[in-house]
Design a protein around this ligand. Structure first.
Ligand code: HEM
Length: 392
C-alpha cells in the first residue's frame, strides 16, 4: 500500500511553545486531517474525536507497546498493565484494579470528603493561598499517602516522583533525560518496598496480603504501588488545579454549581474535556492502517491527541467554551476501551470532594496569574495564587 503523507513540517508536539499553548496547534492539525504525519519528530498524530476513540478501542492495531515516546521507557514499562496488550493485559489489570473497584473506592469517600472540607475551611480562614500547592497538590498527596500507607520521609518525595514519572514518557528531549534519575528513584523504591514499611490497615498492606494468599504474584506488589503513584498523582493534581482555575475564570459557571451541587459530576466531566490532564498518549501501529485516505505504515509511532479530540467541533458543539451543564461523559481524558483509566473512580472522588467543599463554603474567589511548569505528558498549573476569597 502506498503511504500518503499529508503533513505540516516542524511541529514538535513536545516543544516548550506547543506544551505551553497547545490548543491552536491542535486545532490546526485537526482541521488539516484526522491523521497528520509530523516529519520533524516522525510521529503520526490522530487529531479528531472519532479516530482517537477508534484507535484507543483497537489495541491490536494501536498497541500500547509504544505508549511512551521513547524506547527506554517503553522497555521499562514492559509487564505493566499500561504497556501490555490483550490478552495478557487483563490479568495485570485485574491485580491492579482490585483496590480501585467502585466498592473499594466507596469506602474512602467519607474520609476524602472530610479532608477536602477541612482544607477548604482552613484556606478560607487564611484568606490568601496558592490553589495548587495548598489544595490541588495537598489533597491527592494526603489521599495517596494514607491509601498506600506511606510513612516517614518518603512522603516528601511523592510529588517529585509523580511529576517525573510522567515527564519521562515523552520523546528523548531534555526534559525526559533530566527526569530519568528521579523517575528511577520511584521505580527502585517501589520495587524494593517491604510490607512492614507500610501502615497497618492500608491498601498497600492489602496488596501484600493478596500476594501472601497467592492471589497475585509477590513481584507485582511493587509494580502496583508504582503505578498508583506514577499514574495517580500528577493527573489528579492537574484536574483539580484546572477545575479551580476554570471556576475562577468563569464565575457564572461556578455559581451554577454552587446553586445546584448535583451538577458537580457534569462540571468535572467538562473540566476534564476542556483541559485533558494528560493530553497525549502513544501507540505503536502494528500494521498499515488507513484513516480517511491516509495510510499510517506498520511500525509507526502514533500520538493519540486526547485533548484535540475533546475539542473537536465535529463531536462537541462550541467546544472551546466551558459549560458545566454540558456533561460530556464521553470525553477522552480517561482514555477509552482496554486501557481506560483504572483509577478514575478515585480521581472523581477527590475532585468531587474539592469542588463540593468549594461550592458549599465559598461565594466568590479571585486569582492572580497562574504559572505552568512544563511537563512532556501532563498539562497542569504549577502555581495559582488566590488573592481574595469570600465565604458563602
Ligand atoms: C483526573 C485524573 C486522571 C486522569 C485524567 C487519568 C488518565 C488516564 C488515561 C488517559 C489513561 C489511559 C492511558 C492509555 O490509554 O494508554 C489512564 C490509565 C490508567 N490510570 Fe489514570 N488518570 C487519572 C487518575 C488516575 C488515578 C488516581 C489512578 C490510580 C490511583 C490511575 C491509574 C491508572 C492506571 C493504573 C492506568 C492504566 C490502566 C490500564 O492500562 O489498563 N489514574 N489514566
Amino acid at each position: 500500500m502506498a503511504v500518503a503523507t499529508r503533513g505540516i513540517p516542524d511541529v514538535d508536539l513536545f516543544s516548550d511553545e506547543v506544551l505551553l499553548d497547545p490548543y491552536p496547534v491542535y486545532a490546526e492539525l485537526r482541521e488539516l486531517a484526522p491523521v497528520v504525519h509530523l516529519p520533524a519528530t516522525g510521529v503520526w498524530a490522530l487529531t479528531r474525536y472519532a479516530p482517537v476513540r477508534a484507535a484507543l478501542g483497537d489495541p491490536r492495531v494501536f498497541s500500547s507497546r509504544a505508549v511512551a515516546f521513547n524506547d527506554r521507557m517503553n522497555a521499562a514499562l514492559a509487564g505493566t498493565s499500561l504497556a501490555t496488550d490483550p490478552p495478557d493485559h487483563q490479568r495485570l489489570r485485574s491485580a491492579l484494579t482490585e483496590n480501585l473497584s467502585p466498592r473499594a473506592v466507596r469506602k474512602l469517600k467519607a474520609g476524602i470528603d472530610a479532608k477536602a472540607d477541612a482544607m477548604v475551611a482552613e484556606l478560607i480562614e487564611r484568606g490568601t493561598f496558592d490553589a495548587i500547592d495548598d489544595l490541588a497538590r495537598a489533597l491527592p498527596l494526603a489521599v495517596v499517602v494514607d491509601l498506600i500507607g506511606l510513612q516517614g520521609d518518603v512522603r516528601d518525595k511523592i510529588l517529585d516522583w509523580g511529576y517525573a514519572a510522567f515527564n519521562v514518557l515523552g520523546p528523548m528531549n531534555e526534559r525526559t533525560v533530566a527526569n530519568f534519575p528521579v523517575a528511577g528513584e520511584l521505580f527502585e523504591w517501589a520495587h524494593h518496598i517491604k510490607e512492614e514499611e507500610l501502615a497497618e490497615g492500608s491498601m498497600g498492606r492489602a496488596i501484600f496480603a493478596a500476594a501472601e494468599r497467592g492471589e497475585i504474584p509477590y513481584e507485582s506488589c511493587g509494580m502496583i504501588i508504582h503505578q498508583y503513584v506514577a499514574a495517580g498523582m500528577d493527573t489528579t493534581i492537574a484536574s483539580i488545579g484546572n477545575a479551580i482555575a476554570l471556576f475562577a475564570a468563569h464565575p457564572d459557571q461556578f455559581d451554577l454549581v454552587r446553586e445546584d451541587p448535583s451538577l458537580i459530576p457534569s462540571a468535572f466531566n467538562e473540566v476534564l474535556r476542556y483541559e485533558a490532564p494528560a493530553p497525549i498518549f502513544g501507540r505503536l501501529v502494528t500494521e498499515d492502517v488507513e484513516i480517511d485516505g491516509t495510510v499510517i505504515p506498520a511500525g509507526a509511532q502514533a500520538a493519540v491527541l486526547l485533548a484535540a479530540g475533546n475539542r473537536d467541533p465535529r463531536h462537541y458543539q462550541d467546544p472551546d467554551s466551558f459549560q458545566v451543564r454540558r456533561n460530556p461523559a464521553d470525553h477522552l481524558s480517561f482514555g477509552y476501551g482496554t486501557h481506560g483509566c483504572a483509577g478514575q473512580g478515585l480521581a472523581r472522588l477527590e475532585a468531587f470532594a474539592v469542588i463540593g467543599a468549594l461550592a458549599r463554603r465559598v461565594r466568590r474567589f479571585a486569582v492572580g496569574p497562574g504559572e505552568r511548569r512544563i511537563n512532556n505528558m501532563t498539562r497542569s498549573l504549577d502555581t495559582l495564587p488566590v488573592v481574595e476569597i469570600e465565604a458563602a
